[in-house]
Every structure is written in structure tokens, then in C-alpha cells.
Write a protein of this length. Structure first.
Length: 277
């Protein structure tokens, strides 16, 4: 059995999680409190018979608590929808709180008027197009950043594990295992082979450049005579050259382009075959 006076003494003298003390007076943060003040008459915990008004999605509801439902916490509060008409809503409060104290009836009516004024202001602000302020949740942002960092670390670990497993498969550690994906393994092997071949080609080119740089150049006077004779022949050919030969038919140009493309394809095909093998 609930004794209201004992409950109030414990709350007033001891600790209450809803109590907020200030210099002038103490407030109550309980959502069912009618006045918002911490006092004996307006405390929803220290009164077995209590009534309040709440707003939910633009509608006002009357909540009533009685001592007969104290043993059923889920059914402790009776919820009654109030009319949108102000006068009819006041009549509903009078009917449901007919034999209650004047203090409780007056405070519920006062709370109803304040809530209705608040709803009217909200509608006016929406019609005017006032921007809605959204609070920034710093704790949620920090939590999301930490989760992203952990996810990146996990992804790097997965990549490292995958590389180690592929190396073990190459070395023949898992020869007895039959249930792995053969296509994925062959694909990885092909990619690695292509990379190895490209690296070998680069190394060969670098070695050729080094060999060329290491060769000794020897001066030969006969080479100069040959070069001079070549230059004279070239000048003679330039003089005999007819500029009308430059103007070729478009068909001849196309044939020359096709020949060049065919030669390039013949050079590229053996390279591709080497890379595939």
C-alpha cells in the first residue's frame, strides 16, 4: 500500500532524480508534473490521486492516476483525448475531475491554456516559413568517427589476411583443402604473373640502358669521311626531289595508314601472348 506522506518525506529530505535546485526555488523535471515545481501538492510521485495534461503530435490528452490502479504500473495512467475546441476541452476537464480538489482542476485548466497557446505559435511560425533549428549531437558525431576508424582498421586487417592466405596457397600449404574458390585463386595468380612480367620488362630496359652507357666510344677518322659523303648524297637527293610527289591521292594515304596499323598489330600480338602465358 502506498503512503503519500512517507513518500514525500523521502523525496523532500533525501534524493530525487527529478529535482532541480536553484537559488530562488526548486523545479521538477518529471513529464507528468502539472506546474513544473517541486511541492507536496504538485508532486506526481507523492500523490496517489493525480491528473495532468500532455501534448502529443498537436493533440492534448488528459492523464488521470488513481490509487486503485497503483498495483498495475502499465495501466497506472488513464489517457483521455481532449477536444480541439477550447470550451469543450474545459468541460471535459470538469466532468472527469468532478470530485477532485480545486487546486488540481485549476492547474490542469491553466496547463491546457498554455499548451494551446504554444500550438498556435507553432502553426504561425510554420506558415511564416521560419527555419527549424536542429541541435548538433556532438557525442553521436564522435561515436560515428570512432566507428569509421575501427572499420578502416578492420578492412586493412582483412586485406592483410587475404594476402597471407594467397601466399600460403601458392607455397602449397593448403594442398589437401578442396573447398576453396578455384576461379578466384587463378584470377589472383594471373594478376601476379602479369605484374611479374611487367617488372621483368622494366628491368631488361634498365639493363640495356646501363650497358649502352658503359660502352666506350672510340674516335675513328674514317667515320667522318663516310658521314660527309652521306651528307653530300642527301643534298643531291633533296635537289632532285619533286614537290609534286607530296600531293598524293587520298587512297594512297589510306593504304599507307592501314599498312602502319597492320604492322603495329603484328608487333603487339606476340607481347599479349607472352603476358597471357
Amino acid at each position: 500500500m502506498q503512503i503519500d506522506e512517507v513518500v514525500w518525506q523521502v523525496i523532500n529530505r533525501g534524493h530525487c532524480s527529478f529535482k532541480v535546485k536553484t537559488v530562488s526555488q526548486t523545479f521538477c523535471r518529471n513529464e507528468y508534473n502539472v506546474t513544473g515545481l517541486c511541492s507536496r501538492q504538485s508532486c506526481p510521485l507523492a500523490n496517489s490521486q493525480y491528473a495532468t495534461i500532455k501534448e502529443e503530435k498537436g493533440l492534448c490528452y488528459l492523464y488521470i492516476k488513481t490509487a486503485e490502479r497503483a498495483q498495475k504500473p502499465a495501466q497506472l495512467w488513464e489517457k483521455i483525448l481532449l477536444s480541439k475546441n477550447y470550451d469543450q476541452a474545459l468541460e471535459q476537464i470538469d466532468q472527469n475531475l468532478k470530485f477532485w480538489s480545486n487546486f488540481m482542476i485549476h492547474k490542469n485548466k491553466q496547463r491546457l491554456t498554455k499548451l494551446r497557446q504554444m500550438l498556435i505559435r507553432i502553426r504561425k511560425m510554420k506558415l511564416k516559413g521560419v527555419k527549424e533549428l536542429i541541435p548538433i549531437k556532438k557525442k553521436a558525431e564522435r561515436r560515428d568517427k570512432i566507428r569509421e576508424q575501427k572499420a578502416e582498421i578492420a578492412a586493412n586487417l582483412e586485406d592483410a589476411i587475404e594476402k597471407e592466405l594467397i601466399e600460403r596457397l601458392k607455397n602449397g600449404v593448403y594442398n589437401d583443402i578442396v573447398n576453396y574458390n578455384v576461379k578466384a585463386f587463378n584470377k589472383v595468380l594471373d594478376e601476379n604473373q602479369v605484374e611479374d612480367e611487367l617488372e621483368k620488362e622494366q628491368q631488361e630496359l634498365e639493363e640495356e640502358e646501363e650497358d649502352y652507357s658503359e660502352e666506350e666510344l672510340v674516335f675513328d677518322p674514317n667515320d667522318l669521311e663516310d658521314d660527309e659523303s652521306d651528307i653530300e648524297d642527301f643534298e643531291e637527293q633533296d635537289q632532285k626531289f619533286d614537290f609534286n610527289q607530296i600531293r598524293q591521292n587520298p587512297k594512297q594515304k589510306q593504304n599507307q595508314k592501314q599498312k602502319l596499323q597492320y604492322e603495329e598489330e603484328q608487333e603487339i600480338e606476340p607481347r599479349k601472348k607472352k603476358i597471357q602465358f
